[in-house]
Design a protein around this ligand. Structure first.
Ligand code: SF4
Length: 381
């Protein structure tokens, strides 16, 4: 079966105020050395997996659009030597608006990129400054227009909802702006406050206030309605797509399929084994990407089955419990059936027969649903 490949680019020019990802912020990273290390890691990859068919490749980060298109092309070439890349593979890059103009989009397409997700976050300069994003709203509009005019087939945007003093009408205007600019995929994230981030400290000091949970939920509902009316499908808790434009790479995570990650901190999941690369950029560069320590994540099969359940419930179509039981016979014992039945009674899960899915209300409190299922999983793990 085809696998997905994830390439982690751990650099950003500045750290956004809400971000707690593993990355190095600042201008002037040695991108050539990093790409050489990625190519080294791909070239030295274990023989057993070489030659496997690959149908999705995803450059994530960090800010992958810091890489010049020629470097993306060099990584794709290395992947082409190590794996059997499908002719119709999805090749996606996450990009920041300040890195994109028409020339850059054309060059990315020429390098093989056919999908781009642009981190717009908001179309409001005041909010963008709060988030410490390096772009302004006009730059975001120009980047989306340039990408849409280029040969890149699928163009998406990320927006954050529930920002401090954002207001419902401004947030919905942002969603409508993105649609008007021709995106075929939108990721809508509710702002999460991490205590160790700059924004987390501002919130703790009372200097700004993100939307309350019920405000954020109403905002999310209204945004979802706007997108459904515009012809988008709400196919995953945070993701909307025009028909045929779903992220095939991210679907691998949500449908329990195999993927390989390259770069420090990247995760892999192949044949039931889960591991990650050590999050050590300096060591990775020094070793040219070769022989990086792997952190194995040994999990009992029952636990893996629960993770497949949680991931699948993120999707609108939900999970087929009979199928899950076939793949993970240890996972669907009586305790889980009791938890599912209680969540059905509470109106948070729905479904006939073996298939279950979050209801609309369940999506808004998905963390609570997963916690309740997790309690059931702890009983049997
Ligand atoms: S661009 Fe993305 S990865 Fe980089 S600092 Fe901002 S939120 Fe974090």
């Amino acid at each position: 079966m085809s696998i997905g490949i994830y390439l982690h680019i751990p650099y950003c020019t500045v750290r956004c105020s809400y971000c707690d990802f593993y990355l190095t912020a600042g201008r002037g990273p040695d991108l050539a050395a990093y790409v050489a290390a990625l190519v080294g890691e791909i070239g030295a990859f274990e023989a057993a997996l070489r030659g496997r068919p690959v149908d999705t490749i995803h450059f994530g980060g960090g800010t992958p659009s810091l890489l010049p298109p020629a470097m993306i092309g060099a990584v794709l070439e290395a992947l082409g030597s190590a794996f059997a890349i499908d002719a119709g593979a999805e090749i996606a890059v996450e990009a920041n608006p300040e890195d994109l103009d028409e020339r850059r989009c054309d060059d990315l397409a020429a390098a093989g990129v056919n999908r781009i997700a642009i981190g717009v976050q908001a179309f409001d300069d005041r909010l963008l400054r709060t988030l410490r994003r390096p772009h302004d709203a006009a730059r975001a509009r120009r980047a989306l227009a340039a990408a849409r005019r280029s040969p890149i087939r699928s163009v998406g945007a990320d927006l954050i909802l529930g920002l401090p003093e954002q207001g419902i009408s401004a947030a919905l205007a942002g969603v409508r702006d993105a649609v008007a600019l021709g995106v075929d995929h939108l990721s809508l994230y509710l702002l999460e406050i991490h205590p160790r981030t700059r924004l987390g400290r501002e919130v703790a000091l009372g200097r700004c206030r993100p939307a309350a949970d019920d405000e954020a939920a109403s905002l999310y509902e209204a945004a979802a309605d706007t997108l459904l009316a515009a012809g988008f499908e709400h196919y995953e808790i945070s993701n909307f797509a025009r028909p045929g434009c779903r992220s095939r790479h991210n679907l691998k995570y949500w449908t329990d399929q195999d993927y390989l990650g390259f770069g420090p901190s990247a995760h892999s999941y192949v044949g039931g084994a889960r591991w990650s690369n050590a999050p050590e950029l300096a060591a990775y560069l020094a070793a040219g990407g070769v022989a990086l320590p792997r952190l194995d994540d040994p999990q009992p099969r029952g636990r893996r089955g629960f993770e497949a359940l949680f991931a699948g419930l993120r999707l609108a179509e939900g999970v087929d419990l009979d199928d899950l039981r076939r793949r993970y016979p240890e996972t669907v014992p009586a305790q889980l059936a009791t938890a599912i039945s209680a969540l059905r009674d509470a109106g948070l899960l729905a479904g006939d027969g073996a298939r279950i899915a979050l209801t609309r209300r369940g999506r808004l409190v998905s963390n609570e649903v997963f916690e309740r299922l997790d309690v059931a999983s702890a009983v049997v793990s």
